[in-house]
Write a protein that binds this ligand. Sequence first.
Ligand code: ATP
Ligand code: MG
Length: 1020
Amino acid sequence: MPLLEGSVGVEDLVLLEPLVEESLLKNLQLRYENKEIYTYIGNVVISVNPYQQLPIYGPEFIAKYQDYTFYELKPHIYALANVAYQSLRDRDRDQCILITGESGSGKTEASKLVMSYVAAVCGKGEQVNSVKEQLLQSNPVLEAFGNAKTIRNNNSSRFGKYMDIEFDFKGSPLGGVITNYLLEKSRLVKQLKGERNFHIFYQLLAGADEQLLKALKLERDTTGYAYLNHEVSRVDGMDDASSFRAVQSAMAVIGFSEEEIRQVLEVTSMVLKLGNVLVADEFQASGIPASGIRDGRGVREIGEMVGLNSEEVERALCSRTMETAKEKVVTALNVMQAQYARDALAKNIYSRLFDWIVNRINESIKVGIGEKKKVMGVLDIYGFEILEDNSFEQFVINYCNEKLQQVFIEMTLKEEQEEYKREGIPWTKVDYFDNGIICKLIEHNQRGILAMLDEECLRPGVVSDSTFLAKLNQLFSKHGHYESKVTQNAQRQYDHTMGLSCFRICHYAGKVTYNVTSFIDKNNDLLFRDLLQAMWKAQHPLLRSLFPEGNPKQASLKRPPTAGAQFKSSVAILMKNLYSKSPNYIRCIKPNEHQQRGQFSSDLVATQARYLGLLENVRVRRAGYAHRQGYGPFLERYRLLSRSTWPHWNGGDREGVEKVLGELSMSSGELAFGKTKIFIRSPKTLFYLEEQRRLRLQQLATLIQKIYRGWRCRTHYQLMRKSQILISSWFRGNMARKNYRKYFRSEAALTLADFIYKSMVQKFLLGLKNNLPSTNVLDKTWPAAPYKCLSTANQELQQLFYQWKCKRFRDQLSPKQVEILREKLCASELFKGKKASYPQSVPIPFCGDYIGLQGNPKLQKLKGGEEGPVLMAEAVKKVNRGNGKTSSRILLLTKGHVILTDTKKSQAKIVIGLDNVAGVSVTSLKDGLFSLHLSEMSSVGSKGDFLLVSEHVIELLTKMYRAVLDATQRQLTVTVTEKFSVRFKENSVAVKVVQGPAGGDNSKLRYKKKGSHCLEVTVQ
Ligand SMILES: Nc1ncnc2c1ncn2[C@@H]1O[C@H](COP(=O)(O)OP(=O)(O)OP(=O)(O)O)[C@@H](O)[C@H]1O
Ligand SMILES: [Mg+2]
């Protein structure tokens, strides 16, 4: 019954009916033929190698598997990687992914799929991407140096690899650690028919450019190298040259410097060239066989490349120094021994180089100390091997597989069943083969095969592989999983497949016959000290660093641990590591021996299915429970599904779990309540629970959001409301205060003040109206302002009143009066403040005629033919400029002339045109003296200026000024001065007026001649 509609066969073998080997194989075959290479047993993925590229990988599929749970899509490695990654990220559980299977079953490919999936789904960012790149790029480098073509797999991993990928709490990769196990270094010097040496040699020869080849002293042709199998140099579908470039760039990405890459290639080519070093027979003088290098060129080239003395290399290869406490003995090696030494050196250099590369990668990808990390381990280790001729390598490889099978048994079969028992769950025991006995046979500290081997290696005396075998025969003669010719003979069995130098172990995966030849050697894994020291002397920094024990100062007499012991302890560490993590299994199956697509060999698959324990796995799985968890953590995770347990639960954990699951009404067969744990039978139920939890979390998130948003809106609203109330209360208060202000006392004061002020003003104005001063323009009296505040207004009013009075006065004047006043105004402009007699003249009207001109026709005649009225007629005194005597004259001023005449004569004596009058000079005193200055051109000019005395000098000069202005539009110059000069014929007389002693009316003048040109006038 398929899990999903349209699936081929059953996708999960747990659902297989009937559950027998045949139906299991049929199901796998049916699916394989339909290109469904993945099948589940619960959460274990079975992967059958398709030997073809299927369109089920890449970003599109990664995205799909990322979004669905385990059983929702077709079985896939991505689904397993997703579960592991999510469990690591979300539940904080370290994971390990155990990939097991035979050589060529697809383990390495599976591990790469897991890594690429994790790289695609975990965090992003520049830093994270570079870590991912480094982790991913470690694959091509390790594959180049550690993988080779074998008859079973063109890209067979010849080393075991366990990689811890480390993540931060967010699930972003931080870095990692790679552990490598036992490189198959025997391959370096010899390959089986149809196999190749490690890829790097072919890649280097095919991919390096001429320059690099020359620098490394290499030739492109692979047949020129003794360590490279000449039959197969190329592998179908593999491009060595482009792989070489990929390796170089991968090394650069990881962080190898150019110098480091060059040094790695130099050591690699040195190993290759070492194979071409030929040793030939030589004999010592004593006749004892020795050896020597036949063609020194190779050694020389090596010496040049790594900075070694070629003679020293030769000596180290062909002789051996034995040191005792007293002396050093050098023995020559025969050809066999020298060849052995050479190969041992090559193997040693290469395996140390490989370890160095792994360490160098680790250095680049290592995570800083102190960073909290979660770990996902990916184990891709060589599969179980049954070859025709199995040696020490197969022995340890198979031992490792036994241990892994044990992990599987412990963690899935044994532990699970024991747990049911512990927890008191009803359980019918499922039988399975527990390989603990085989593990014990190999690894027991005192009585295990590895311990025996170590014992033989360390034992003094004659030691050989056969003494080792004899020891095993003796110790395990009765062991159910051990056989050899000796034990068979003892039981009278005849078996032609068993060699004399062989022993056989019944592994969980089948019987394997091991040939003990070179077990001791390989376990010892010793390099002669001469070679170690020779290598340490190299100038080449990398080569030198590979042999620290070659340093004579550091040489210790303590033996290094044997290869077997080392392997055992590293396997023990690995096991400890795996047990501390949640395991995820990918069990790889090889469908045929020919690396052919579409071929499904039932026998081959059946063997693998048997030793992988698939059937038992299904049985346990079917009878058992997919998931279990302590009541505490389970309740913590799912208590939100029930209202009784969420948000508070006060009861016990188990009761809580019962409550939660009871409310979800699960079928009773699905659940079992253990003593400390709850068991859930099918993953579907668990997924259902997870789905419910996810939905509930969404609900809760929505609830939290709802409450938060409500709270936020409510507080905002409340704040707004409070503010609004505050604002409106202030506004209303303000309005009310404004409306009622008039009723307030403070306002009353203003009104009162205003009222009082107004009444004051009113009273003032009314008082003023009733008591206005007289309208006489000369009356300047004006009542004082009753209050200081009204003084400005009072002044204004006074001003206004005065102006009004003047206007009224002016309006009632007749034109004649106006004319008189104009004259007065003119007089004022001319004399006010200048002449002392001016103030007296002001109140006296200008009458013009002081001689009775109107009634005196005789005087009228003086006017002559002159038109117009006489402006001024007065009797004046003319002062003689020569002697200061005066004589009377009548002066007439008409519109055009000044006429001077003798009082006795009726004829005009002198007529001066007004245009000839240049100016007049008067004194500032009260006297009437004035000088009439004539212009020089005048006809009367020859007589000079006139010095006259008038009793109405103000009026006369005013009228003269106006007449000159009217007649000539010229302003007459009126000079007020006490000193002036009067022209007199050609001379001039300086007149000086002085004030006499006070008294009198100030109008009497006394003239006193002072010299011929000076006349002093004293006003008395
Ligand atoms: N999922 C797959 N899709 C396509 N080809 C595959 C897949 N898995 C494996 N192969 C093919 O099978 C070959 C062998 O696979 P792989 O190298 O992973 O085997 P292995 O189990 O690691 O063997 P070994 O133990 O020798 O290292 C690959 O080179 C590849 O051609
Ligand atoms: Mg592999």
